[in-house]
Ligand binder design. Structure first.
Ligand SMILES: [Zn+2]
Length: 287
């Protein structure tokens, strides 16, 4: 059931668990995530980066595929279709295309410009029934060419953006996109507490969920994180299972070259990763 992400995240905040955002890249990814969320009776957020949107031939294609698949598979758990790290133009395009949620990432703009653009998009998103996430400060690592340095957001800027009426907030607390370096210092829980206090209990979003130790994830949830983004981890498990299939020569046996067979181990691996994360975040049976 396609819905915006506001209620599922308020419930998660009040129930002290997290909802996973799993990024999608194609039909197999989408199907694996939807089926697993349904099987575990968990709410779920499908994240779409601008790059993934382009890859899938546009946001309209993505919205049409997700809506049709949600219906055809008989998915009854709450599903939000969410733009991940949207530009101003991308956010507008997703509102038009039928997404149920957007993130506007104005973190690289001076705070005044981030405020101005976020204000405009909050009104537009809410007019159309979408939820909106905004971001303050920069989160480290690289996502579709956007590089950061594991920065920590300023609580005063977080309060300023929150006051614009956004539904959930992404704020850097030392987290990084992609694989974490060996010398990573871990999440900055002091910063998280300060941000949580400054932002009046708005659901907070933890980006770069891949590779954060489980204890840190649980602690972050206990300190106000309600949404955790997982992207790289599904990519790694998909690649790993696909490599094993090829290395075992299975594509050369019988009709093992059939794409439905070739992509099956990867699709199953994504399910396993999503299942693990839903357990860790505590959102099973919270649909
Ligand atoms: Zn992110």
């Amino acid at each position: 059931m396609l819905v915006n992400a506001t209620n599922m995240l308020l419930k998660a905040r009040d129930g002290h668990y997290g909802v996973g955002q799993f990024n999608i890249n194609n039909l197999e990814w989408t199907k694996s995530i939807l089926l697993t969320a349904q099987e575990m009776n968990s709410p779920v957020i499908l994240g779409v980066s601008e790059g993934a949107g382009k890859y899938m031939a546009g946001f309209k294609v993505v919205a049409a595929m997700v809506r049709a698949m949600d219906e055809s598979l008989g998915i009854t758990v709450p599903v939000a279709l969410h733009l991940d790290h949207g530009t101003y133009e991308g956010a507008k395009a997703c509102i038009e295309a039928g997404f149920t949620s957007i993130m506007f990432d104005g973190s690289h703009y001076p705070i005044e410009e981030n405020v101005a653009k976020t204000t405009e998009l909050v009104a537009m998103a809410h007019d159309h029934g979408l939820s909106i996430e905004a971001e303050v400060g920069s989160i480290g690592g690289e996502e579709d060419g956007v590089v950061g340095a594991g920065e920590v957001a300023d609580p005063a800027e977080c309060a300023k953006i929150t006051a614009l009426g956004i539904d959930f907030l992404a704020a850097g607390i030392g987290n990084i996109h992609g694989k974490y370096p060996a010398n990573w210092k871990g999440l900055d829980f002091d910063a998280l507490e300060k941000i949580h206090q400054a932002t009046g209990n708005i659901p907070l979003v933890l980006h770069g969920g891949t590779g954060i130790p489980e204890e840190m994830v649980r602690k972050a949830i206990s300190l106000g994180v309600s949404k955790i983004n997982v992207n790289t981890e599904c990519q790694l498990s998909f690649a790993d299972a696909t490599r094993k299939y090829i290395e075992a020569g299975k594509d050369l046996q019988g009709k093992g070259y059939d794409p439905r067979k070739l992509l099956a181990p990867g699709a199953e691996a994504i399910k396993a990763t999503v299942r693990e994360k839903i357990e860790l975040f505590g959102s099973a049976n919270k649909a």
